[in-house]
Design a protein around this ligand. Sequence first.
Ligand code: BGN
Length: 361
Amino acid sequence: MRTAMTRLCSPSRPCSLLVLALLQLAFVLFLYRRSLSNSFTSLLYEDDHGGHWDYTKTHDVYTNLSLITPGPDRETLVQCPAQSPLLEYTFLLSTFTVGPLTISFQKIPIMSKIERKNPYVKSGGRYTPPHCKAWYKTAILVPHRNREPHLRQLLYYLHPFLQRQQLQYAIYVIHQTGNRTFNRAKLLNVGVREALKDEDWDCLFLHDVDLIPENDHNLYVCNKRYPKHVSSAMNKFKYRLPYRMYFGGVSALTPDQYMRINGFPNTYWGWGGEDDDISARIYFAGMKIIRTPLSLGHYKMITHSMDVGNEKNEKRFDMVVKVSKSWRSDGMNSINYSLLKREELPLYTNITVDFGNSPSV
Ligand code: BGN
């Protein structure tokens, strides 16, 4: 009787599938073992302050936005309240929290409509509350290529969402030009470097273009101690974490946390694995991952087919098992790119970057 080994590997059939499967298993075991051997035997979630949200009752993300009016002289401003009053609304003399938002992708809004609905957003997609000093300054970084309809949906929902949280913020879209395979993590490194030239941001939000937050109490601020995984409950994964160490979608790090992990890897070309690399480097750098509670971290994904130029990265299994060796030398300290353009558009700052045209992977 032939063994499973000889059935999988023979001179006519190389063992690459078996090797890939074993590497994947080794990676999963490695993360699992680390998660047991460290003190984080339970998943860490931020406190959701007892919020129990009913997602069958949703509200417009533009609720209360008309209450924003021109502000006085900036010198005289006082600190914003600890909790933004724009997250509440009054009905029949009672006050309610908005929370779950109505998100629909049926119509794709045009840019001029989004501009009209957000009159206090300034050139470059920047905003500062006109009537009070914001507690936090958050930069939103969005890696992008050929997804303009998704970008418009994101801008339509994110601008009012952030203004109602009374944040000081700016949205950066980092666009990869050329025909080389897409590189999400490297685009984010570029975004961080460029954004930090503008402002001493308190918090960096690394944000996929196709994910829309569904609860306005999901505050776009960082956790002071740990890198935060924000999109903890995506509709794509039935509003649960797909696996224990998942770090994809939307995450938030302070500039200091970002530099401590040497930023993100530059070497993942194509789909998959870079988020697992980031997750591993957080632990190698002596930190933990904290998450937005599942009840608050709801995200709706804009459905789409696989992008051309972002095919699955076949090397990702080999790469994620080597993070302990690679993370110190592959990241912010090794990035090179040519910045082609930096434009202050009405709703975002567009950073166009070239990673070259060949090789294609
Ligand atoms: C995982 C991918 C992630 C992706 C999630 C969710 C890999 C590497 C395996 C060692 N990781 O499987 O990159 O974000 O699925 O889609 O493929």
